[in-house]
Design a protein around this ligand. Structure first.
Ligand code: SF4
Ligand code: SF4
Length: 104
């Protein structure tokens, strides 16, 4: 499992495919029902097909009081988000480590 420091940099400084702002279609209930009826792969595909390119702060990113961040749609985040950074290349996020230690 890749170590993420939850700095949030990749969610507001990089370009990612994220779900469109269709809260009714991305509500936890809606996605849970979709997963129950069609399976996780279908939900994954659904989100990918209903995503937009985003190069600004993601609407699903929440700042926490301790300085970390949380993805509000973590379990249903798109494959772009899920595959960053590439876990086949690194076991921890270098950007996050530098951010959280104040070196970046
Ligand atoms: S969907 Fe989640 S992981 Fe993806 S950019 Fe937004 S906050 Fe980050
Ligand atoms: S540590 Fe890396 S993967 Fe985790 S939120 Fe920060 S930039 Fe993104």
């Amino acid at each position: 499992m890749l170590t993420c420091y939850r700095c949030g940099s990749c969610c507001h400084e990089m370009v990612a495919m994220v779900p469109k702002d269709e809260s009714s279609n991305l509500s936890p209930d809606f996605l849970a029902n979709l997963e129950k009826s069609h399976g996780f792969d279908y939900v994954d595909e659904y989100i990918d097909n209903n995503s937009v390119l985003q190069g600004m702060r993601c609407q699903w990113l929440r700042d926490e009081p301790d300085g970390t961040t949380t993805c509000l749609v973590y379990e249903k985040r798109s494959s772009d988000c899920r595959n960053y950074p590439d876990p086949t290349i690194t076991s921890f996020c270098r950007v996050g480590k530098l951010k959280m230690t104040g070196e970046l």
